[in-house]
Design a binder for this molecule. Structure first.
Ligand SMILES: Nc1ncnc2c1ncn2[C@@H]1O[C@H](COP(=O)(O)OP(=O)(O)OP(=O)(O)O)[C@@H](O)[C@H]1O
Ligand SMILES: [Mg+2]
Length: 257
């Protein structure tokens, strides 16, 4: 298991007129085995932070301009693309924000969960491993042969979680893992992720725009606004003694909902 330690990370998106600073001097830490939240309004740079960790940006115009992404004693930000590939999916898994876009409509559930396992561990035992992952996320083995459109939104999200955990990552990054789901299903999925994080001894970086969702689910919370971290504190303390006016505003919104 390894700590994740982001230090002074800045990311810029090149534009014809002038570059856009989407991450500005971001520092945050996810200790090994811990669960940490990253919270902030839409456009704050939460997803960019997740993409920057494994350098999988949604646009070619994005680049890291300074800073470090320490994973144990390896600086992922300084690794060549080739070497970074060994980390993506295998040791660091991301559940992306758009569940429907992340699943391939012409592949069965079993094929998709096995794909990541085969890339990192080979074909041998991949089927058993995939079935075990489906069991861990509470899906019936019969979904193995089904296609994504046969499943409900909540089941599809469980498939994505199964794909993420199947290769055995030590760090799970969940980017808005419940967006687009019904409120009751949201709670089930978040509880599932928390349970897996503890049972499989992973570290978790949980990204969400809603402070209300992270209460009682994460040990530490960072608040992000306009590409910068404005505050970070143990979650309980952040709720009781928010220091930054922006955190206070987010809290007022969370309690009003
Ligand atoms: N594909 C892209 N091309 C250009 N700019 C982008 C792209 N994706 C994001 N950005 C810019 O990066 C900034 C940060 O976006 P990011 O997606 O990280 O926000 P977020 O905090 O994840 O928001 P949300 O809660 O809506 O998911 C935004 O200002 C946006 O303009
Ligand atoms: Mg996002």
């Amino acid at each position: 298991m390894s700590d994740l330690r982001i230090e002074g990370l800045s990311v810029t998106i090149d534009h014809p007129q002038r570059p856009l600073a989407v991450l500005r001097d971001v520092s945050l830490e996810v200790p090994a085995g811990a669960s940490v939240a990253l919270v902030g309004e839409s456009g704050a740079g939460k997803s960019m932070t997740a993409y920057a960790i494994i350098r999988l940006f949604p646009t070619d115009a994005a680049r890291i301009t300074s800073g470090h992404v320490w994973y144990g004693d390896v600086d992922l930000a300084a690794l060549p693309e080739e070497a970074l590939r060994a980390y993506r999916g295998a040791r660091i898994a991301i559940i992306f924000q758009e569940p429907s876009a992340a699943l391939n409509p012409v592949m069965t559930v079993g094929e998709q969960v096995m794909e990541g396992i085969e890339i990192h561990h080979g074909r041998k035992g991949a089927r058993e491993r995939a079935l075990e992952a489906l069991r861990l996320v509470g899906l019936d083995p019969s979904v193995f042969k089904r296609y994504p459109h046969h499943l409900s939104g909540g089941q599809r999200q469980r498939v994505l979680i199964a794909s993420a955990i199947a290769p055995g990552p030590s760090l799970l990054i969940a980017d808005e893992p419940t967006s687009g789901l019904d409120v009751t299903i949201q709670a089930q999925i978040l509880d599932l992720i928390s349970r897996l994080q503890r049972d499989l001894r992973m570290s978790l970086l949980l990204i969400t725009h809603s402070l209300g969702l992270v209460a009682q689910r994460t040990a530490f919370t960072y608040v992000m606004r306009r590409g910068a971290i404005v505050e970070g504190a143990p979650t309980e303390r952040l709720f009781r003694f928010p220091q930054h006016p922006y955190t206070q505003a987010l809290l007022r919104m969370a309690t009003r909902l």
